[in-house]
Each structure stands twice: as structure tokens, then as C-alpha cells.
Design a protein around this ligand. Structure first.
Ligand SMILES: CSC[C@H]1O[C@@H](n2cnc3c(O)ncnc32)[C@H](O)[C@@H]1O
Ligand SMILES: [Zn+2]
Length: 645
């Protein structure tokens, strides 16, 4: 297969060192050249090595860890917490060895990676003999190899300096995605790539939610915003590009951005179908990537090529979209262009790098062959061939697999070490899954432990006007008044701690009834230890509070609680001093479930038995001012009251 994608029957390729010196009919090349090594490729296809344009190779060690989940739950709920715990230089080296073995077996000679500890990944790629663009990730939050983004930029700079002269490795930077970066971090990554004249890789427009969030935060869809930030001023590989509108495709084209289409991952995470055919029609260079083996779950480019061709036909109802030949070009020539290897690899031609695979053509699933149509060979390769048909893989003129034997990797040893990792990760996850609090900590940024002892009394308030009597009482000074509508979702767990996680949306309401602020918080409590104390209740709470940075759906899917309950109420709250001591007075009206009564709740923090007694006494006095009869004291919380309402 050459630049024009011609098929040469009975062809041959002559290689010297890392270069293809000739390509043409076998009899002519045999007459012209002698060679130390001659490989008989009778009944086989000789092709350019496949290019995996987007992956995260060390994630082979997380393959099958969490599946059948939405991207946010998969990534933030499972993958990233495990990565925080386990990803190390050793993890990355082993995961890369496993990935390289898998890719060489399936005919991949070059790949573009985005992960952490890329310097360790580079060492493995150097030893193994593959070609790669290795992109060190930058995120706005701490990552496994950098506590801050400044550290990851410093790491990346050193990584580029150390590896940029390597003949097979292009070291560079990858701001992970717009949502995991800021304008500033994107600008700094771009400047770094520019300084070293390197390309850059980024995840873009993978999910609809990403686009919606981008519009909400920056008032623009993803592509115009990323263009405005300046990212596209360097050659870019944009992974995914599923949710892109016409005008955004033109932005990609205008800026020579290469797209790494990842059909399996987009399907598996239900991200959507990328408009590949349309992008190709407009002239965008669309390559193919497997994405990480935890979201695919393999690194099989034959599978991706086939899926790319099939999937492109579905949305436009057009079986002529992305024909087999084009799919193969995407996995070879377009991939090479994306990795900055245009004119160097991706096709078989004189003077180009000897990145070559040889594929068996005569396995049962490939029979028979039609000779009348020369392009039928592309259909065979894309629709019928399996990655296991790859017989030899050559990169940079060196055999990495010969007759299905890997030459630079010890697969048995790698498999054994990978199994040991899997068992450690499995133990970690199963322990975490058993403990609701650990699950909350895994996804809650800024989880804060709030241990408190409170004295609290709640009662039915029959006469609402009495609240004014309390607030205007001579012993009362009102410090602050607020009005909220509170939407609570409780996740209840049947575990030994009787855990509860409350997701609360607090809508602040102004005097005209308008919502002026919205805040979401998560509160974890285990079975509260409580005891009666006169008419009051002394509560000892051990709570963990965290801002809820994901939508409610995320927590529903992530926690998989035994039971889920909802409660909605209108709350007026006053912070008051009663005889100089701080109390909180809540006046609550339950909206869902609807209750035809008002409840008053008075509470205060406490720290000692004497203090609690004193405060319980104050609360009793205030309840008296409110005209509350001790018979109306309610000891259950609203959630438990639901059962009796
Ligand atoms: C920072 S690079 C690696 C980082 O990206 C995560 N990741 C893997 N696959 C995807 C994907 O499809 N979209 C977004 N992020 C992904 C991976 O787990 C690493 O944390
Ligand atoms: Zn990815």
C-alpha cells in the first residue's frame, strides 16, 4: 500500500536499517537487491504499521476495573481515585510493557499516549522499539505525578528536554481537557509546546455535558473557546470530538487540528457518535485511537478501524460513508500525520521509515478472495481481518514480532506482574465499596470533617405569629436572617454504620421570593448517637461535609444506595443571641411530603455537660416564649418522620 493506496500484487519491500529503500514487484526487487534477511510474505498483505492516535497505555493495568458506567462516574468515581492510589513510575512502566505487547501483536507500530510519568513510559518505549508521541498530562488539580499544575509543567519541560532528540519518541504535553484545566493552564501548556516546536494532545467535546458546562462557564462551545485560548496555534491532536457542530468542524479544519476518533470508547461510555464522515468531507485529518484500555477495553486497531467504518454509516443512514479504504487510511496515513510523521511514516514508500506489518490473508475468515476488484483487499483488511492475523510487526526497521513471537518483551513475566497489581487494586476497591465514607472521600474534593455536639429541640408550632414574639423578645438579638428552599436527597445504606449521605440543594430566596443563590452540598452521617436531655436532645454528630461538584445523577449512580428518599422544605433561619448566647432558630414548612404544620427547631453547639444543661434550659425558655407545649416536642428527624406522616 503506497501513497496513492495502490495495491501491488506479488509485491515486495526492501529495507535498509530503519528505511524503506524500495517498494515494487517482487521479481524486480529480488533482481535488484540482496539481503541478510528475506521474509517470505506469500499469501500475506504487507501494510504500513497501524497508528493508534490516542491512548493511555499504562491503563492496561486498570482494564475491566469498572465498566458500563457513564464517563463522569467511571472517571471521577472509579478510575481517578484508583489512579491517585496506585499510579507510580513502576505502574506506568509495567502498564506500558503490557500495552506495547498487545499493540505489537495487533500490528500497531506507533501510538500517541497521554498519561502520567511519561518519562518512565518513554524508557519502556525506547527498550521495546515502538514509535510514540508521549504527552505528559497537565490538570488543574493534583495528579499522581504532580501535586500542582506548576509541578507537572516543570516535569513536562524536563521530559521534553531529555527525550526530544530520540529518533522514535516525540515528548510533549497534554492538557487533559478543558474541564480539567483552566484558561491559564491551557495557555501555559500551549506556550510550552510552542517553545519546543512540539504538537499537543487534548480531550475535546467528548460528551454533551462537557459542551453544556463549557457554554455555562465561558459562554461558548468547546472549539471556539479552545481556539480563543490559543491552543490550536500549535499542531493539535483533539481526542474524541463527538459533539461538534458544523462551525466547530470548520475551526478544526482551519487550524489543521487532527482528530483522534475513538469509536469503541465513545460507544462504551455512551458519549455519542462523532460526525466523522462530515469532518473528513470538510477536510479535517481524522485518525483513529483506541483510547485507554480501561474504556475500550483493548488496544485493537483492527477492531477500531472496522467500527469507524461501520459507525460512520449509521447516523447519516449512508452505507457509502467511510468506505474500508478510507478507514484504513485513517488508521495509517492520517494517524501518522496526526503524530507529526507525515512524509516519514503511515504509508509504504521509498525513503520512508520501515514501520511495516505483514498480515495473513488466508485464514478461514478471510476466504475467498475476489481478484476482479483491487480495492477488495481493503474490505478484507477492514471488515474480515482480525488483529490475530498479524504475522510480523516491524518498527524502525526492527522486528518487534516475528512469526507471532515478540522479540523485545517477555509476555509471561508481564502477565504475572499485572495479575499481582490487579489483585492489589481489587482489594482496595472492594474495601472502598464496602464503606460509604471512603466512597464519599474518593469523590469529594475538600471533604471536611465536622464533629459537633449539639443541643436541639424541635416542635410543632401551632401559632406561627409566635415566632415574632421570640424574635422581638427583650432577651433576643437577631444577628442574621436567611430564607432557603431546600431539596434533600438522602442515600440510605444498610451497612453496619447505618450510613447516610444527604445531597442538599440550598436555594437562597430573597424578599421577593426570587432564587438568589444555589449551593449543593453532601453530608455524610453515620448512625447518630443521641440521648434525651430534659425536653431537648443532645446529639453528637460526626459529619463529613463536602461541596457537591457533580450532578445528583452522578451520586445516584456512584453510591448505589440501598434506599433513596427525597424531602423538600422551606426554611427560614435566624441566628440569634439569647441572653448573649448564640442559637439557631429554624422555621420549617415541609413541602414534599406536604405537611400541614410548621416546625420550629432551636439548636446550639455545645461542648460540655454543664454547657449542654445550660443551653437546654435556655431552649426550654425560648420554647415557652413560642408557646410550645412540651407534648409537641418532636424527637424524630424529618426523614424518619416521613414514615409516620
Ligand atoms: C491525564 S491523562 C490520563 C487521564 O485521562 C483519563 N482518561 C482516560 N480515558 C479518558 C476519557 O475517555 N476521557 C477523559 N479522561 C480519560 C485517565 O483516567 C487519566 O486520569
Ligand atoms: Zn482518552
Amino acid at each position: 500500500m503506497n501513497d496513492a493506496m495502490e495495491v501491488i500484487q506479488n509485491g515486495a519491500v526492501a529495507i535498509k536499517d530503519e528505511t524503506i529503500v524500495a517498494i515494487g514487484p517482487r521479481d524486480i526487487l529480488e533482481a535488484r537487491y540482496t539481503a541478510d534477511t528475506v521474509v517470505d510474505c506469500q499469501d500475506q498483505y504487507i501494510l504500513p504499521g497501524l497508528v493508534n492516535a490516542h491512548t493511555h497505555v499504562p491503563m492496561t493495568l486498570l482494564r475491566g476495573l469498572a465498566d458500563d458506567l457513564r464517563l463522569d462516574v467511571w472517571l471521577m468515581g472509579y478510575i481517578m481515585p484508583v489512579e491517585r492510589e496506585f499510579v507510580s513510575p513502576e505502574f506506568c512502566r509495567l502498564g506500558t510493557q503490557l500495552a506495547c505487547a498487545e499493540m505489537i501483536r495487533s500490528g500497531v507500530t506507533s501510538f500517541a499516549d497521554m498519561y502520567y510519568f511519561e518519562a518512565d513510559i518513554a524508557k519502556v518505549v525506547d527498550e521495546v522499539g515502538m514509535r510514540a508521541m508521549l504527552c505528559e498530562s497537565v490538570l488543574k488539580f493534583p495528579s499522581p505525578d504532580a501535586p500542582t499544575y506548576e509541578d507537572s509543567l516543570a516535569y513536562t519541560r524536563q521530559f521534553i528536554e531529555d527525550w526530544r532528540a530520540h529518533p522514535r519518541i516525540t515528548p510533549t504535553v497534554a492538557p487533559h481537557a478543558p474541564y480539567s484545566n483552566t484558561r491559564e493552564t491551557l495557555e501555559k501548556c500551549t506556550a510550552l509546546a510552542q517553545e519546543f516546536d512540539m504538537p499537543l494532545m487534548i480531550h475535546l467535546s467528548e460528551t454533551k455535558r462537557e459542551v453544556d458546562d463549557n457554554v455555562a462557564e465561558y459562554g461558548m462551545r468547546v472549539m471556539p473557546w479552545v481556539e480563543e485560548v490559543g491552543v490550536f496555534s500549535v499542531p493539535t491532536i483533539a481526542a474524541h470530538c463527538v459533539h461538534v457542530e458544523d462551525q466547530e468542524i470548520h475551526i478544526l479544519h482551519k487550524n489543521n487540528v487532527s482528530v483522534a476518533h475513538c469509536p469503541s470508547a465513545n460507544l462504551k461510555l455512551a458519549s455519542g457518535i462523532a460526525p466523522v464522515s462530515h469532518m473528513l468531507d470538510i477536510g479535517v485529518n481524522v485518525a483513529i485511537g483506541t483510547d485507554g484500555p480501561a474504556s475500550n477495553n483493548d488496544l485493537d486497531m483492527f477492531e477500531e478501524m472496522r467500527l469507524a467504518a461501520l459507525l460512520a454509516k449509521v447516523a447519516p443512514h449512508n452505507p457509502t460513508a467511510v468506505p474500508a479504504q478510507q478507514a484504513l487510511a485513517m488508521a495509517t496515513r492520517n494517524g501518522a500525520k496526526a503524530l507529526g510523521l507525515e512524509g516519514k511514516a503511515g504509508i509504504l514508500a521509498e525513503g520512508l521509515l520501515a514501520d511495516i506489518i505483514v498480515v495473513d490473508a488466508n485464514n478461514t475468515h478471510n476466504m475467498p478472495h475476489f481478484e476482479h476488484n483491487p480495492t477488495a483487499v481493503y474490505s478484507q483488511l477492514v471488515y474480515a481481518c482480525k488483529s490475530t492475523d498479524v504475522r510480523h510487526t516491524i518498527c524502525h526497521g526492527q522486528f518487534l514480532m516475528r512469526d507471532r513471537q515478540l522479540t523485545t518483551l517477555d509476555e509471561a513475566q508481564i502477565a504475572q506482574q499485572a495479575a499481582a497489581y490487579a489483585s492489589e487494586v481489587g482489594t482496595f476497591l472492594s474495601q472502598r465499596e464496602e464503606n460509604t465514607l471512603s466512597k464519599l472521600i474518593a469523590v469529594g474534593i475538600d471533604v471536611e470533617r465536622a464533629e459537633s455536639f449539639e443541643v436541639q429541640t424541635k416542635a410543632v408550632l401551632n401559632d406561627p405569629s409566635k415566632i415574632e414574639d421570640l424574635l422581638s423578645h427583650e432577651d433576643v438579638e437577631v444577628i442574621r436572617a436567611v430564607h432557603y428552599r431546600q431539596y434533600d436527597t438522602y442515600f440510605l445504606f444498610n451497612d453496619q454504620d447505618n450510613s447516610r449521605v444527604r445531597y442538599r440543594e440550598d436555594d437562597g430566596i430573597d424578599a421577593d421570593g426570587n432564587v438568589t443563590s444555589v449551593r449543593m452540598r453532601l453530608t455524610y452521617t453515620s448512625g447518630e448517637k443521641e440521648r434525651s436531655f430534659h425536653d431537648s436532645i443532645l446529639l453528637s454528630h460526626s459529619r463529613f461535609i463536602a461541596p457537591a461538584s457533580h450532578p445528583l445523577r452522578f451520586y445516584e449512580e456512584f453510591f448505589k444506595a440501598t434506599d433513596e428518599r427525597h424531602l423538600q422544605k422551606e426554611r427560614r433561619r435566624w441566628h440569634i443571641h439569647y441572653q448573649g448566647t448564640l442559637y439557631y432558630v429554624n422555621l420549617d414548612r415541609l413541602i414534599d411530603p406536604e405537611v400541614d404544620q410548621l416546625f420550629v427547631e432551636i439548636k446550639a453547639r455545645t461542648w460540655s455537660q454543664t454547657d449542654a444543661e445550660h443551653k437546654a434550659d435556655d431552649i426550654r425558655q425560648m420554647m415557652h416564649i413560642l408557646g410550645v407545649d412540651t407534648n409537641h416536642v418532636v424527637s424524630e428527624d424529618y426523614l424518619d418522620m416521613q414514615e409516620t406522616l
